[in-house]
Write a protein that binds this ligand. Structure first.
Ligand SMILES: Nc1nc2c(c(=O)[nH]1)N[C@H]1C(S)=C(S)[C@@H](COP(=O)(O)OP(=O)(O)OC[C@H]3O[C@@H](n4cnc5c(=O)[nH]c(N)nc54)[C@H](O)[C@@H]3O)O[C@H]1N2
Ligand SMILES: Nc1nc2c(c(=O)[nH]1)N[C@H]1C(S)=C(S)[C@@H](COP(=O)(O)OP(=O)(O)OC[C@H]3O[C@@H](n4cnc5c(=O)[nH]c(N)nc54)[C@H](O)[C@@H]3O)O[C@H]1N2
Ligand code: SF4
Ligand SMILES: [Mo]
Length: 754
C-alpha cells in the first residue's frame, strides 16, 4: 500500500517541505512539496535521496553498551543505567566541569536538539561545553552580541527584495545557504538578477555561485575583514554614509570613523590582493544601490579575524542604511520567539565570563572552543580537573575539529563517554554507550533555530511520517532520559522533564507584565495545552506565548499547535519587517557600532595589513550531495564529482610538478594527508582546496560504504592553535600548507568540478 506523508527536510538549513512516498512503512520516494508555503516544491539531490538516507542499513537499531571493552547491543534500560553509572561518579568525585558536553550540527536540525540540551547543560552545571558553533558561526554570534546585545539576533539578507547582494565566503549553490534560511537559494539569486539586481561574490574560488555573479572577487583567504574595513573607510571618506531609518537607533558613528582611519583601500590592497579602485567601486555600488545587503558566511567566519569580518558585514549594512529595512538585512521574527518586550536598554552581552583551563580561552556564549576539547581532556593543570566524562550529541569532532588524531586519543582516555548518534563513526566508536535516535521519517520536525534565520517569516510542523519501529525510542525521549540519567534523576518519568519546563515557563510568563498571560494561573494554562506528548505540548506553549500566538485565548485568532496541525503545508507569516529598536538588548538600547572588545581587536587587524603569505594556503569547499562528515555512507550521494580531491591552480601545479590525478602529500602544522590533485583554475593561484568531513578509515566504525572511499581528513592539517581570539572559533580557512607530489597519477580522477 503506497501513501504519501509530508516531512520538512532536516538535511540542510533550507528546510524544504518534502512529500514522501511510503510503501509498507518505508520511504521509497521524496519530492518537493509544491504546496509548502515556503519552499514551494523545491528539492535538491539530498532531499530527493531522503529515503536512502533514512533507510541506510548501517544506522544503529538498538543501543550499544561497552562490556569488557566491546560495544554490544543492549536494552534501553541497560543503556541508561550505564549512563547514570558512568556520569554521576565523575560529577560527585571531580565536580560538574569534569563532564564535558559536545553538541554537533544536527542538533539545530532536530526538535530534540532544540528542546533538551539546554536542560542537560543547566542540570549538570558544567562549563565544559563545546559545540559545532566554534567550528562555524561563533564569530557572527559574538558580533551580534556586541552590536545588538543578543548573540542570537542575526540580520539576514532580504534575498527576495534586495537590489544588490554582496556575498562573502558563502557558496549557496552547493550549501543551499547558511544563517540565511531560503529554500531554493539558487532560484532566489536568479530572480534577483532577473529583476535587474546585482550579485557580487567574494571568494578565493570561482564557485558555482561566483559564476552566477555580476562580479567575482577572488580575494586572498583570511583577508575579508581588511577588505570590508576599507569599504567602510571609503564610505566615510567619500561622504557616502547614510544610516537611513536606523539612524536614531545607532551609537558610535564618529568613533567608528576614527577607528577605521588606517584602513584605506591602498593600505589593504596588498594583503587582500585586490586593487584599491575595486575596493572603492564595491563601496560605491553598495551605497548607490536602492537597497543592498551584505552577507558573510563560513569563509568570513572560520578565519583569524572572523569576528571583525562578521562585525564589518553589519557595519556596512548600517552605514548604507540597509540594516532593518526591506531589501536590506532584517531580523526575522519566528513563531516560537519569546513575547516581544518593549524597547529599551538591556543587559548587554558579556564575553570571557570564564576561561578554559589549559590555554585560558575566554568563553563565548557559554561555550569553550571546540579546538580546545582535546587539550581539556588530555592535559592536566594545577587549576581544576580535566574532562573525564563526555556527553556527545550528534557530533563527530574527530573529523570536524582540528587535529582529529589527538582528539581520537583523548576520547580513548576518558573514564566514560556517551554518544547520541545514529552511526558508529569516528567519534562514537569511543563511547561506552551509544544511544541511536530513530531515522528522520520516524521523527517529528519543527525548525526552532532556522525560523529565526529565515528570509520569510513562516511556521511549519510535521509529525512523524511513519510510526516508530518496534524497539525504537524517539530522540526527544532519549534526550529527556539522558538529562535525567546524567543529572541525578535516573529512572524518573521522562515526561516530568517537559512538565517541569512547562511549569517554569508558564510560572515566569504569568509574572511578566508584558506577557499576554500576565496574572493568570499557570496550572490552568498548562491544562489548556494540546499535543500528543511532552515535546508537542512545549511547542504549543511556545507558539501560544510567541509573537503570533493566541496568548492562551487573549488573541483568539493567534497561533496554536492545533491551528498549525490544520495547516500541514505551513502558515506564511509574511515578509521580514523592520523591528528596531525593539529587539536590541545592549546596555544603551542602541546598535553599538564600536563595542570595546572589537576596538581592542583592531590593532591585530592593523598588523595584518603588512602580512603576505609566502606559500600556499588551504581553504575548504562543500559539495551539494554531501553534508559535513555523516552523509558519505549513502551510495546515492557519493561518487561522481563528490570526491575528496585537492584543487590546485594550474600555475601552482606547474611550479610544483603536480599533475592532474596525481596523489599529493599535503603538510600542515597538525600533520599530513594524501589526496589526489585536481588541477583547476577554479581556485586562485596560491590557494588549494580540500573538502572536510572525509577520513573514514579508522578502525571500529560501522559505516561500510563510507569506508570504501574514505578520503582524507583535512582537519588533520590543523593543530588547533589557530583561533579567532574573540569568539574562540577555529581557523579552518587560509591555513598555510606545503605540497609534495607523490609517484604516479591515479587513473580516473581528472575532470573539472566545483
Ligand atoms: N575543515 C573544515 N572543517 C569543518 C568545516 C569546514 O568548513 N571546514 N565546517 C564546520 C561546520 S560548519 C560544522 S557545522 C561542523 C560540523 O561538525 P559536527 O556536528 O561534529 O559534524 P557532522 O558531520 O555534522 O556530524 C554530526 C553527527 O551527528 C550524527 N547525526 C546525524 N543525524 C542525527 C540525528 O538526527 N540525531 C543525532 N543525535 N545525531 C545525528 C551524525 O551521525 C554525526 O555523527 O564541521 C566543521 N568542520
Ligand atoms: N551540500 C552541503 N550543504 C551544506 C553543508 C555541507 O557539508 N554540504 N554543510 C552545512 C553547514 S554545517 C554549513 S555551516 C553551511 C555553510 O554554508 P556556506 O558558508 O555557503 O559554505 P561553503 O559552501 O563551504 O562556502 C564557503 C565558501 O567560502 C570560501 N572561502 C574560504 N575561505 C575564504 C576567505 O577567507 N574569504 C572568503 N571571502 N571566502 C572564503 C570557500 O572557497 C567557499 O566557497 O552549509 C550547510 N550546507
Ligand atoms: S536544499 Fe536542504 S532542505 Fe532542501 S531538500 Fe536539499 S537538503 Fe533538504
Ligand atoms: Mo556548520
Amino acid at each position: 500500500m503506497s501513501r504519501t506523508a509530508l516531512r520538512i527536510c532536516p538535511l540542510c538549513e533550507a528546510t524544504c517541505g518534502l512529500t514522501l512516498t511510503i510503501d509498507d512503512g518505508r520511504v521509497t520516494g521524496a519530492r518537493g512539496d509544491r504546496d509548502d508555503v515556503f519552499s514551494k516544491g523545491f528539492v535538491c539531490p539530498k532531499g530527493a535521496a531522503f529515503g536512502a538516507v533514512d533507510s541506510d542499513p548501517d544506522r544503529l537499531r538498538t543501543p550499544l553498551v561497552r562490556v569488557d571493552g566491546e560495544l554490544r547491543e543492549a536494552t534501553w534500560e541497560e543503556a541508561f543505567d550505564a549512563v547514570a553509572a558512568g556520569v554521576r561518579p565523575v560529577v560527585e568525585r571531580h565536580g560538574p566541569h569534569a563532564v564535558g558536553v559536545v553538541l554537533g550540527n544536527p542538533n539545530v536540525h532536530t526538535m530534540a536538539g532544540g528542546l533538551y540540551p539546554p536542560l542537560l547543560i543547566a542540570g549538570l552545571g558544567t562549563r565544559s561545553l563545546f559545540t559545532a558553533s566554534t567550528l562555524d558561526q561563533m564569530p557572527k554570534h559574538v558580533s551580534s552580541g556586541l552590536l545588538f546585545g543578543d548573540a542570537n539576533l542575526i540580520p539576514v539578507p532580504d534575498l527576495d527584495r534586495t537590489d544588490h547582494l554582496l556575498l562573502i565566503g558563502a557558496n549557496p549553490l552547493e550549501s543551499n545557504g547558511s544563517l540565511c534560511t531560503a529554500p531554493d537559494f539558487p532560484g532566489r539569486l536568479k530572480a534577483l538578477r532577473a529583476r535587474g539586481g546585482t550579485l557580487t561574490v567574494v571568494d578565493p574560488r570561482r564557485t558555482r555561485t561566483a559564476r552566477m555573479a555580476d562580479r567575482h572577487l577572488a580575494v586572498r583567504p583570511g583577508t575579508d575583514a581588511l577588505l570590508l574595513a576599507a569599504m567602510a573607510h571609503t564610505l566615510f571618506d567619500e561622504a557616502l554614509v547614510d544610516l537611513g531609518g536606523c539612524a536614531p537607533h545607532v551609537d558610535g558613528l564618529d568613533e567608528l570613523a576614527a577607528a577605521l582611519r588606517d584602513f584605506t583601500p591602498e593600505a589593504v590592497c596588498g594583503a587582500c590582493d585586490v586593487d584599491a579602485e575595486t575596493v572603492r567601486t564595491l563601496a560605491r555600488e553598495l551605497a548607490a544601490a536602492p537597497t543592498a545587503a551584505v552577507y558573510g558566511r563560513i569563509g568570513s567566519c572560520t578565519v583569524p579575524h572572523g569576528t571583525l569580518a562578521s562585525w564589518l558585514v553589519d557595519v556596512l549594512n548600517v552605514l548604507t542604511g540597509n540594516l532593518d529595512r526591506p531589501g536590506g538585512a532584517l531580523f526575522p521574527q519566528a513563531a516560537t520567539d519569546r513575547t516581544p518586550r518593549p524597547a529599551g536598554p538591556g543587559r548587554g552581552f558579556a564575553l570571557g565570563r570564564w576561561h578554559s583551563r589549559v590555554r585560558r580561552h575566554p568563553e563565548a556564549k557559554g561555550e569553550l572552543p571546540m579546538s580546545a576539547l582535546a587539550e581539556e581532556i588530555d592535559t592536566p593543570t594545577d587549576e581544576g580537573e580535566p574532562i573525564r566524562a563526555l556527553v556527545a550529541v550528534a557530533a563527530n569532532p574527530v573529523l570536524s575539529a582540528p587535529d582529529g588524531d589527538r582528539l581520537d586519543k583523548a576520547l580513548g582516555s576518558l573514564d566514560f563517554m556517551v554518544s547520541v548518534d545514529p552511526y558508529l563513526n569516528e567519534t562514537s566508536r569511543h563511547a561506552d554507550v551509544v544511544l541511536p535516535p530513530p531515522p528522520p521519517a520516524q521523527t517529528p520536525h519543527h525548525d526552532f533555530a532556522f525560523n529565526t534565520l529565515a528570509v520569510r517569516n513562516q511556521v511549519r510542523y510535521t509529525r512523524p511520517a511513519v510510526p516508530l519501529e518496534h524497539g525504537r525510542m524517539a530522540e526527544t525521549e532519549i534526550l529527556a532520559r539522558l538529562v535525567l540519567a546524567a543529572t541525578g534523576g535516573h529512572g524518573a518519568d521522562p515526561a516530568a522533564v517537559d512538565a517541569l519546563v512547562v511549569g517554569q515557563t508558564l510560572g515566569k510568563a504569568v509574572k511578566d507584565p508584558h506577557s499576554p498571560v500576565h496574572g493568570r494561573d499557570p496550572e490552568d494554562l498548562a491544562g489548556l495545552l494540546t499535543g500528543a506528548n511532552g515535546p508537542e505540548r512545549r511547542l504549543d506553549m511556545m507558539l501560544r506565548l510567541g509573537p503570533y500566538g493566541d496568548g492562551f485565548g487573549a488573541q483568539p485568532d493567534g497561533l496554536t499547535l492545533e491551528k498549525l496541525l490544520a495547516h500541514p503545508h505551513g502558515i506564511d507569516l509574511g515578509p521580514l519587517r523592520p523591528r528596531l529598536p525593539q529587539p536590541l538588548k545592549t546596555r544603551s538600547g542602541k546598535v553599538e557600532l564600536l563595542p570595546a572588545p572589537i576596538a581592542a581587536d583592531l590593532p591585530r587587524l592593523r598588523a595584518a595589513l603588512d602580512e603576505r603569505p609566502g606559500g600556499l594556503v588551504l581553504v575548504g569547499r562543500r559539495h551539494l550531495r554531501s553534508n559535513n562528515s555523516w552523509m558519505h555512507n549513502v551510495p546515492a550521494l557519493t561518487g561522481g564529482s563528490n570526491r575528496c580531491t585537492l584543487h590546485v591552480h594550474p600555475d601552482d601545479a606547474e611550479r610544483l610538478g603536480v599533475q592532474d590525478g596525481q596523489p599529493v602529500r599535503v603538510k600542515g602544522a597538525g600533520g599530513e594527508v594524501t589526496a589526489p590533485a585536481e588541477v583547476t583554475d577554479a581556485v586562485r593561484p596560491g590557494v588549494v582546496s580540500l573538502p572536510h568531513g572525509w577520513g573514514h578509515d579508522r578502525p571500529g566504525t560501522r559505516m561500510r560504504h563510507a569506508a570504501t572511499e574514505p578520503g582524507a581528513n583535512v582537519n588533520q592539517l590543523l593543530d588547533g592553535s589557530l583561533l579567532d581570539p574573540l569568539s574562540g572559533n577555529a581557523v579552518l580557512n587560509g591555513v598555510p600548507v606545503e605540497l609534495a607530489p607523490l609517484s604516479a597519477p591515479v587513473p580516473g580522477t581528472s575532470g573539472a568540478l566545483t
